[in-house]
Structures are given as structure tokens and as C-alpha cells.
Design a protein. Structure first.
Length: 303
């Protein structure tokens, strides 16, 4: 099959090849009608246009590379690994379809060296489950004109955009009127502000909230006789709790898009939005608006 070229798109759109190049290469100093821009992008998708990354880099001094940073840890639980891989897979598909190349980099928790990734001159960076202790030492490499989007992390700084699930809305659906016999079992996060946000969404005492970083952390929650109902964040953890048979009623907030692993008696609460789609569209918006640090909203909740 003949490879689609910019000339093919230009002929279909009845515009110059230069105009097509400006749109597909995201050249910002050209005034192009929005209708024409949309038409070119739609034709590029329809004709399965594959951009030449090297040529685009020479044309606008951009690499077309987008980084995805994750912490490497020997103790990473399987439920967190699954959630990260599912997100990265979906995000990478969207980036590839838009003509970007994805650079996945695992950060050593104790010594997060970024020499190699900084040399690649990334256009944008996604940082998953950022650790509080190392965030600013890592983020300072990317703040000058490079959008840094936090995933499953929160920070009180408008410079950094964040994409997280709307746990408040999900927990409101799960909470019963009588909270006297209810406990919350949630996966542990590296990010303390995200953890505080989740805990602030439930009017439960500290001894009724359990953070799970490994399976043995579940034992205190299941040993106590006073809890008849459990709300669990993460269906992998929820599946383990379900099999224990400890609780009379179980609600699970699904964060891994795998509700099928839970039984019919489990009350499943699903997020309808696509976290990877929200993150990708946010990246596109930030790349077109260099003044993004002035925008009021810095946290995007996925319902």
C-alpha cells in the first residue's frame, strides 16, 4: 500500500503542502483557520498518515518524544503494576496515533538519575505515582516549557497539572448511611497528598481506614470483628478480600478496569472516563498554550 504523504492530504483539503506541514508539525507561529486545521487532522487520520519523525524534528526543532516516568521498586505490588501497565499501554497507543514516540523510563527509587532521559529533549513528560521525597529534584529538569503531567499524584502547585480518579464521587456512591460498621481498605500510594485527599472523602476514623502496600497489610482489617461492611479501592485487593468471606457486604471501586474479576455479589463502582485519554488531551492543550502555568485549574478528575 502506498504511504500517504502531506501532498496527498493537501490535495484532498485543497490547501498547500506548507499548510498541511504547519498543522501536522504543530507550528505555532502560523495563523490557520480552525476549520482548516480540523479538516487536515481528520484527513490525516482517515488516510492513516504516518509522520516522519526525523523530518519533523528538523523542521521545528522538536523531537516528537514524550517521556513516561515510573518508579522502579522490588516491592511494587502486582495490583499497582497492572494499573500502571494498563495506563501506559493506552496512553502509548494514543501518542503513537498522534505521531509521537514514547520513551518509558523507570526511576531508581533511591537514586533517580535522569541524565539519559534529559538528553532526549522531551516535548512532554508523564510522571506516574510520584514520590513526595524525590518529586522536586526530578521535576526541576522539566519545568522550562515542557509540560509535566502527574498521574495518580497531587501537588499544591499550579505549574504541574495532575490527572487522578474522582475518588470523592466514587466513595459517595459506596458509603452507606450508617458508617458504624464500615471500613475503607485502599491501596497505598507514594503520593501523600493523594492519600490525604482520598481519606478526606470518607468520614471514618483512622482506625477504620487501612492502606495496603502488600497483602499482609490486610490482616488487621480482616481480624477486627466490628466491621461488617468494607469499601475497597482496587479490584485486585477487592478480589482477595472477597475470597476471605469476612465481610457481609463488599463494595469495590475499580481502578484497574478489571471488574470481571469480582463476583456477582460485589457492588462494583466503575469510572466511566478514560484516564489516559484525559492525560493525552491535557498534554495537547498544554503544548499549544505556553502560558499553562497561569491556568486556574491544575487538577483534572476522571469520573
Amino acid at each position: 500500500m502506498k504511504k500517504t504523504t502531506m501532498k496527498d492530504i493537501a490535495i484532498r483539503a485543497n490547501v498547500s503542502v506548507a499548510t498541511v506541514s504547519y498543522v501536522l508539525n504543530r507550528v505555532d507561529n502560523q495563523t490557520i483557520p480552525e476549520k482548516t486545521r480540523r479538516q487536515i487532522l481528520e484527513l490525516a487520520e482517515e488516510l492513516h498518515y504516518i509522520p516522519n519523525l526525523a523530518a519533523r524534528s528538523l523542521a521545528n526543532q522538536k523531537t516528537g518524544l514524550v517521556g513516561v516516568l515510573v518508579h522502579r521498586s522490588k516491592q511494587l505490588p502486582y495490583w499497582k503494576l497492572h494499573a500502571q501497565l494498563a495506563f501506559i499501554h493506552t496512553l502509548e497507543q494514543r501518542l503513537t496515533a498522534a505521531g509521537y514516540h514514547t520513551l518509558l523510563y523507570s526511576l531508581d527509587t533511591d537514586n533517580p538519575s535522569l541524565d539519559i532521559i534529559v538528553e532526549r529533549k522531551l516535548e512532554a513528560v508523564f510522571f506516574i505515582d510520584a514520590q513526595d521525597a524525590s518529586f522536586y529534584s526530578i521535576s526541576r529538569h522539566f519545568v522550562e516549557g515542557i509540560p509535566l503531567i502527574l498521574i495518580d499524584s497531587m501537588i499544591e502547585d499550579k505549574l504541574f497539572k495532575q490527572v487522578v480518579f474522582n475518588y470523592r464521587s466514587a466513595l459517595e456512591k459506596a458509603l452507606p448511611d450508617d458508617l458504624s460498621q464500615v471500613c475503607l481498605i485502599m491501596e497505598g500510594f507514594n503520593n501523600s497528598l493523594l492519600t490525604r485527599y482520598i481519606r478526606s472523602c470518607v468520614p471514618l476514623s483512622d482506625d477504620a481506614v487501612f492502606e495496603i502496600r502488600e497483602l499482609q497489610d490486610l490482616l488487621p482489617a480482616m481480624d477486627q470483628q466490628r466491621f461488617k461492611q468494607a469499601i475497597v479501592i482496587n479490584e485486585f485487593i477487592g478480589s482477595y478480600v472477597e475470597k476471605s468471606g469476612v465481610f457481609g457486604h463488599l463494595s469495590v471501586i475499580c481502578t484497574c478496569n478489571a471488574p470481571q474479576m469480582l463476583g456477582e455479589r460485589v457492588d462494583k463502582i466503575l469510572f466511566q472516563g478514560d484516564k489516559a485519554e484525559v492525560a493525552f488531551e491535557l498534554m495537547q492543550e498544554l503544548l499549544y498554550h505556553s502560558d499553562y502555568s497561569e491556568q486556574e485549574n491544575n487538577c483534572y478528575y476522571v469520573d
